[in-house]
Design a binder for this molecule. Structure first.
Ligand code: PMP
Length: 385
């Protein structure tokens, strides 16, 4: 079992595996392959060529606290947040990471006191992202320790609370649940993008994490970024990445910059000519269609239920909209106690509730797989009686 997979399936058992003629549908991972077709249609728009002599130095900008941050990547991050309106960037330090996963570890390092007698408690309200517990504890650090569900946390003293909004796995908007001083907050806003959830206002937190994995779908680039208010915290996060990987691939940063530039351009040009649609309008449409289809199947089967969301005003789209999360938090009804095993019996691989600190009656289903696999999933689900 890796932080990226539940114990029920390994990275190797992806969707192509056949079992007795019936294809195994693997929706355990949040692999964003749904976005491939959009980027295929964009053709050469995001192609970059890097000559052999370029990007050779370890250093990108020695005047910047994050000295391995490519200025072009930083510029495109600021531009994108401005056009989407999902985060304030003024007066923030940008720290780039090998995915937001590395930045999560960097943030734990930076926020934990170096001289403390005991490790800092790390908490998040259940159901929480299944990788947090293992990522927090796998190195058995003396700095920090996973302390479980934030709602039942009753220890006095310093803590780090993780706030994932919209939440992985259930898609709901979240705020801090601890009303105590001495806490540091990490806001993981991997899914705070207009295709998934209404953008209510620009995020204005001390430490916010974003990733290309879920915003544009380029998980394989392994690029994330943190917006950090405090200079000393940004410095310590940078130090962690220096100790860990001596920086972040420049090739990936340059490629990410190009992709973000194309996304922002698509937003600025949307509506300027017939059929011109922004990246977020196109992906919103796809998510809305998938959710409508899934709700249709779930409602007519009577064997499952899904969370219900309230519409809210989206500043980006300029209208009231429903959330369409990247995962479906599906509940098995009719006395099924272990939904993951039940669906595995129908050759559908999902991640069970216990990985998220929740009941095994729930499973998390990725909504971001390729069309063919998603269609097959709906068809298979509709045959379960
Ligand atoms: N945070 C959340 C809430 C996620 O769902 C994921 C990806 N599953 C990550 C972080 C990790 O993203 P990255 O690919 O940038 O490391």
């Amino acid at each position: 079992s890796t932080p990226f997979s539940s114990s029920s399936s390994s990275i190797g058992s992806l969707s192509e595996v056949e079992d007795g003629g019936e294809k195994i549908i693997n929706l355990d991972h949040g692999d964003p392959t749904m976005y491939e077709s959009y980027w295929q249609k964009m053709g050469e728009k995001t192609t970059i060529v890097i000559p052999g002599w370029q990007s050779m130095s370890y250093f990108s900008d020695i005047k910047c606290v994050c000295w391995f941050l490519e200025p072009e990547f930083a510029k495109q991050v600021v531009r994108l947040h401005k056009v989407v309106g999902n985060a304030a960037t003024e007066g923030r330090h940008i720290v780039v990471g090998t995915g937001s996963s590395q930045l999560y570890l960097a943030a734990l390092f930076a926020l934990s006191p170096q001289e403390a007698i005991e490790p800092m408690s790390v908490i998040s309200a259940a159901p929480y992202y299944s990788s947090y517990p293992s990522m927090t504890d796998y190195q058995k650090s003396g700095l920090h320790k996973w302390a479980g569900d934030a709602r039942s946390f009753n220890k006095l003293g310093p803590y780090i609370e993780l706030i994932t909004s919209p939440n992985n796995p259930d898609g709901f908007t979240r705020h801090s649940v601890i009303n105590q001083t001495g806490g540091a907050l990490i806001h993981d806003l991997a899914y705070y993008w207009p295709q998934y959830t209404p953008i209510s206002s620009p995020a204005d937190n001390n430490l916010t994490l974003f990733t290309v994995s879920k915003s544009t779908g380029h998980a394989g680039m392994r690029i994330g970024w943190a917006l950090v208010k405090d200079l000393e915290i940004a410095r310590r996060m940078t130090k962690f990445i220096e100790l860990n990987t001596i920086g972040v691939s420049k090739d990936s940063q340059l490629r990410a910059a190009k992709v973000l530039e194309a996304v922002t351009d698509s937003c600025e040009q949307a509506g300027s000519s017939k059929n011109s649609e922004s990246f977020f309008e196109a992906s919103y449409r796809l998510m809305a269609e998938r959710w409508q289809q899934l709700r249709g199947v779930v409602n007519s089967s009577g064997r499952f239920s899904l969370p219900e969301f309230s519409p809210a005003f989206c500043q980006f789209h300029g209208q009231d909209l429903q959330p369409h999360p990247a995962f479906a938090w599906l509940k098995c009804l009719k006395g099924v106690e272990d939904c993951e095993s039940f669906l595995r019996g129908h050759k559908i691989l999902t991640r069970g509730g216990k990985h998220f600190g929740a009941s095994p009656q729930y499973v998390r289903v990725s909504m971001l797989d390729r069309d063919e696999n998603f269609r097959l999933f709906l068809k298979r689900l509709s045959t379960i009686r």
